[in-house]
Design a binder for this molecule. Structure first.
Ligand SMILES: [Zn+2]
Length: 127
């Protein structure tokens, strides 16, 4: 009984895999229209994220999706990450030194959540 159930589940999984991969991959037609008025359709998987624009196959212009997907606003300059901002202030060498320093303070119980340094908390002078 148990063996049968197991085998059935495995076979079911197998056929599902085949459906997805080969025969029944769902498709969608996505329409685009370029500034010259050329209209065309691109076939995509329904799982694909539909791009807001596509290069027109006739004139090469950037065609917009006719289904009203808005292109993402393009940032004027690449977004600065926190890491970028950090590097504007400190070199990686400096950051490494700071990290070491902070880790040492953490291990000594100087900084960090109280429960972490309860055991080695000592009376310290506030400087
Ligand atoms: Zn065109």
């Amino acid at each position: 009984m148990a063996e049968r159930t197991l085998r059935g589940a495995r076979l079911g999984g197998q056929s599902f895999e085949d459906e997805r991969g080969i025969e029944f991959a769902a498709r969608q037609q996505v329409g685009y229209r370029c500034p010259q008025g050329h209209e065309f359709e691109i076939t995509m998987s329904v799982e694909a994220e539909v791009p807001a624009t596509w290069e027109c196959p006739r004139c090469g212009a950037e065609a917009l999706s006719v289904s009203g997907i808005q292109p993402e606003a393009k940032a004027e300059k690449p977004a600065r990450t926190h890491w970028d901002m950090l590097l504007e202030r400190r070199s990686e060498k400096e950051l490494e030194d700071i990290l070491k320093e902070r880790l040492q303070l953490l291990r000594d119980g100087e900084i960090g959540p109280a429960h972490l340094h309860r055991s080695n908390q000592k009376k310290r002078r506030v400087s």
